[in-house]
Design a binder for this molecule. Structure first.
Ligand code: FE2
Length: 159
């Protein structure tokens, strides 16, 4: 399977706080590099004789496949989420306020996560994600068990 580089899903000239040059460079080098790396790893795996290959070779390629695949997916989500500044509304707003104590508390923590990644790595971003069960709980649909009552894991980061 070959992965295609998707077109840039935002208008890089309209994003507040990031230059067009930065966005395009990130798209071409970081995202494009992840897709190219994933394709190279996929090709290596397709040629591999799994019955004879040493475990460290298989494990290494699989680990790198996972890293490249995550990078590809997270970059696609990142570029697709860039746009005009907005504030969560409705059920998402209510779920954030419920799970973090208040909407403002969530906003402060979310911003701090992204800024913290920036200080550690030179470029930071934070992703808001929730597991399917937690998402169901957030919108009040589906069965709730004890595992669903825990707050969402808010430590997922994108760099
Ligand atoms: Fe990135």
């Amino acid at each position: 399977m070959t992965y295609a580089i998707k077109s840039l899903a935002c208008d890089p000239t309209r994003i507040k706080g990031m230059s067009e040059k930065l966005i395009v460079s990130h798209y071409e080098n970081n995202y494009g590099g992840a897709v190219n790396r994933l394709n190279a790893i996929t090709a290596r795996l397709a040629e591999l004789d799994f019955a004879k290959a040493p475990g460290f070779v298989i494990n290494g390629l699989k680990r790198e496949e996972l890293i490249a695949n995550n990078s590809m997916i997270l970059h696609e989500l990142f570029f697709a989420s860039l746009g005009d500044e907005s504030t969560p509304e409705g059920e998402l707003h209510d779920a954030l306020a419920r799970d973090f104590g208040s909407f403002d508390r969530w906003r402060a923590e979310f911003s701090a996560d992204g800024q913290g990644a920036g200080r550690r790595l030179g470029m930071g971003a934070a992703d808001l994600v929730a597991a399917r069960q937690q998402a169901r709980q957030s919108v009040g649909d589906g069965p709730h068990d004890d595992a669903c009552r825990r707050p969402a894991d808010r430590r997922t980061r994108h760099v």
